[in-house]
Design a protein around this ligand. Structure first.
Ligand code: MN3
Length: 199
């Protein structure tokens, strides 16, 4: 298989005022497209050609930095577009809410720790809610890394690369993360990933 860039699952202006049309045009059409294009050129002829995206990400980690960075970012962004939706945030589906409370303590603590993970990821990277050994945990990773290479399954991720927020929030990463949690998260998609992660 090769990597392909799917269309956004909503209009480019659908996440305003929390994420602008301009941000999504650059982030999806330029940044994600570049991960797909470069990833495909590095995948072709490699030992991972024909493998699933998850297997490419896990297999290339620590072995082929260029392919890993681009495949990891392709995986992260495929989900990232679906982790967002217009009028997002709000009520968390019951079983996900229970998993968060069991693993992290409370919903308020989850929000606080998730935002803190994003704030303390120095430079580019991601903040995550992941399932590890059946439990909900907060993680953070640099660059294109994700929980898959740390024995966990991501169920929600916030891109804290500057390209994800600088047009709309400038240097105010905390405001972006707060808007992400309160107004943009597509909890139905988080629930789908949770269901798959605990199988
Ligand atoms: Mn990005």
């Amino acid at each position: 298989m090769s990597f392909t860039l799917p269309a956004l699952p909503y209009a480019y202006d659908a996440l305003q005022p929390y994420m602008s049309k301009e941000t999504l045009e650059y982030h999806h059409d330029k940044h994600h497209q570049a991960y797909v294009t470069v990833g495909n050129s590095l995948l072709t002829g490699s030992e991972w050609e024909g493998k699933s995206l998850e297997d490419v990400v896990k297999g290339s980690y620590g072995k082929h930095a260029g392919l890993f960075n681009n495949a990891g970012q392709h995986y992260n962004h495929l989900h990232f577009w679906n982790w967002l939706k217009p009028n997002g945030g709000g009520a968390i589906p019951g079983k996900v809410e229970k998993a968060i409370i069991d693993g992290i303590g409370s919903i308020d603590k989850f929000k606080e720790e998730f935002i803190q993970a994003g704030m303390t990821q120095f430079g580019s990277g991601w903040a995550w809610l992941a399932i590890k050994d059946g439990k909900a945990v907060i993680m953070k990773t640099p660059n294109g890394e994700n929980p898959l290479v740390h024995g966990a399954t991501p169920i929600l991720g916030a891109d804290v690369w500057e390209h994800s927020y600088y047009i709309d929030y400038r240097n105010r990463r905390a405001d972006y993360l707060k808007a992400f949690v309160d107004h943009m998260v597509n909890w139905d998609y988080v629930e789908q990933m949770y269901d798959a992660a605990i199988k």
